[in-house]
Design a protein around this ligand. Sequence first.
Ligand code: FPP
Ligand code: ZN
Length: 498
Amino acid sequence: MSSIEEIDTDETYISDVINSKKNDDIDDIITATTIAQKKMENSIFEKLSSTENGYLIEKKKILNFLSNGIERIPMSHQSLDSSKVWISFWILNGMDMLDSLDSYPSISSRTSKYLSILQNDDNSSNSRDNNQGGGGFGGGNSHTSHVVSTFAAVSALYVIGTEESYKTIDRESMYIFLMRMKTKEGAFTSEDGGEYDSRTTYCAIAVASMLNILTPELVRGVADFLLSCQTYEGGFGAYPFNEAHGGYTFCSVAALSILNCLHKIDMNSLHRWITFRQSNDGGFEGRTNKLVDTCYSYWQGAVYIIIQSYFNYYKKQEEEGNGKDQQQEGLLFNQSKLQEYVIRFCQQSDKKYSGFSDHPSRGKDYYHTCYGLSGISLSQYNEIGKTIQSLNTFTNTFEQPSPPLTKNSANTFIISNNNNNNNNNNNNNNNNNNNNNNNNNNNNNNNNNNNNNNNNNNNNNNNKEQLVEPVHPIYNIKLSKCEKGLKYFYSLNSINSK
Ligand SMILES: CC(C)=CCC/C(C)=C/CC/C(C)=C/COP(=O)(O)OP(=O)(O)O
Ligand SMILES: [Zn+2]
């Protein structure tokens, strides 16, 4: 994850940039971010001129990196002790997206057992009114429960997808825990006495929906809280009046989708905001005028899919009314450029290992490797939105999940060298993102992106081994594992809410 402090602002470089400043135009104002952006563009130019980095996902080496991490976490990660559960999820999910986890049954079983140790399921002193007690998962050994760690643990157990992993979860104590986290504002706190925001609220709602404990009592007031986080820019902040941010926009929009409340969002303003978040580098930025980062390939990418799925839902109804068949188009962002950013610029490989970094000149890590793969996956399946329409609660079909997309049935989109030539040309016309919200001329973005995608569509079916498994945009879990888990938990009795 990036922050201003992480940006290397060496003084010679800054003075070079300042000296090259020609006039007082507002676009020439120099900040830490504009300098970091310039540096990033330079490292992209270097990668473009070197033959080293190609367009292929180095699946075997990524698998080496991930499977090695489950055995031994490097010393550099020791500060992430409270994120052990997250590291488990990033690694397992990465392996699963490469369709390899199930060939390592011992890893799955050992991780299930490990995660069960992190669960605080002792409810002996619990009532829904007191503010201490059990339920949920902690982030590391002997840690108290945290809603975000709980989401990671439940997701990891879903990814493992065995009876052993499902049975690890104590739904009764989980429900008590989540109800205890609920605030009068309709949000959920992170832990007893902790902070609340759209991220902790998404985690609670996602967990409850995955475990079939999403009761009316639990969801009351939640949509209103999330809706109040939408900003004048169109994206969502962590809480009301906070700056719009990709991570929190994902949380709000994904949770509102689970709650079947997408129609209450100012969708045109959200769509406009997110359209400006794909930069000329191909990657997504999280906020206006900030750097692109690999992890937003998922956080923002998923929101694009949800928006598209929402628009398609209404379009479909309209077209069915007119007796027309629904045409499947490309996605609403430039799929080719996104894949190029992640694979060509942010894949960091040596002889044995490979993974993704946030920016082109940085080292790989498990977090960006997981979300890089998720983002690639979302951009490879043009019909993903159709699947979530039946998996999500537009039609309240949690009880009857539809068959997942498979590699064979999907209309896929994989980057190749040929695509890149097209893209370079398109990119000149496609003034995709000036990071400037005042620039209404850029409203043609989507058309350009769609044209670009459509030009490239189905050009590349010769390279199916470059596909990453399709993931669910709302849960970031492989569709087949999502369906399996939902079927299991929705075959159990729903929770007794009072
Ligand atoms: C389910 C779950 C846990 C969701 C979390 C979603 C979330 C909040 C993701 C944001 C991750 C991120 C790159 C933060 C950096 O913010 P920054 O302000 O340092 O970076 P910026 O410059 O890109 O804005
Ligand atoms: Zn990141």
